[in-house]
Design a protein around this ligand. Structure first.
Ligand code: PGA
Length: 251
């Protein structure tokens, strides 16, 4: 079954509202005739509504970079699923390794965030991936298994089919050292086989699995050539709309 390619820009803590809108204007023009793939930009909360207004009616979707799992309440600094949806986001990145490492996200909180996103009609982009230490200790597949099992606990096969998984080896993020196509291909094949085992064949065939970690215009094609790599989650090389467009169109 052919899966629709998916390319997401993760701007991280970059771009003011004005910069986000300018990016959106350029990117929507560049992608005016691109209809065969999903294109998404994950903006800081402050720019979500303005970016969403700029790309409305285009092929470009908007994502938040995180979401809190509570509905509302005394949670200073947190932003709910309803709020990001209200701002125009259709997607939310969940469990990015920077959230896990710097802000204390765990498999359990990733699971709650994934549930709350789905319950609010937001498509989660669930990030998993091993550290360099874990890879060198031959624990990559064990780590991925734990992150999938705990992170997607209680999610139905039908819901898994509709979400997006991003495999991002932590050692490849922002380092300029991307996984080799073989390493990415092996990890993606493993992830899809676990989804098949735990959530069924329909979920495994449908779920988009993105590779993330130092994706650039000149390495995306070889990564995408792996049969289970359905697209990319791109940080640094997504800040310039022309560079992200090159990735999304070559991949
Ligand atoms: P990078 O980031 O492309 O800058 O390595 C990827 C990510 O963190 O999603």
């Amino acid at each position: 079954m052919a899966r629709r390619p998916f390319f997401a820009a993760n701007w991280k803590m970059f771009k003011t509202i004005g910069e986000a809108v300018a990016w959106g204007r350029t990117f929507r023009e560049l992608t005016r005739d691109v209809a065969d793939r999903d294109l998404v930009a994950a903006a800081p909360y402050t720019a979500l509504a303005s970016l969403a207004a700029e790309v409305k009616g285009s092929n470009v979707g908007v994502a938040a970079q995180d979401v809190y799992f509570e509905k509302e309440g005394a949670f200073t600094g947190a932003v709910s699923a309803l709020m990001i949806k209200d701002a125009g986001a259709a997607y939310a990145i969940v469990g990015h390794s920077e959230r896990r490492r710097i802000f204390g996200d765990t498999d359990a909180s990733v699971n709650r965030k994934t549930h709350v996103a789905i319950a609010n009609g937001i498509i989660p982009i669930v990030c998993i991936g091993e550290t360099l230490e874990e890879r060198e200790a031959n624990q990559t597949f064990d780590v991925l298994d734990r992150q999938i099992k705990a992170g997607l606990d209680g999610i139905t096969g039908e819901q898994v089919a509709a979400l997006v998984i991003a495999y991002e080896p932590v050692w490849a993020i922002g380092t300029g050292r991307n996984a080799t196509p073989q390493q990415a291909g092996d990890a993606h094949a493993h992830i899809r086989s676990r989804i098949r085992q735990w959530f069924g064949g329909d979920a495994a065939d449908a779920v988009r699995i993105l590779y993330g970690g130092s994706v650039k215009p000149d390495n995306v094609a070889e990564l995408r050539a792996q049969p289970d790599v359905d697209g990319a989650l791109v940080g640094g090389a997504s800040l310039d709309p022309a560079s992200f467009f090159a990735i999304a169109s070559r991949g």
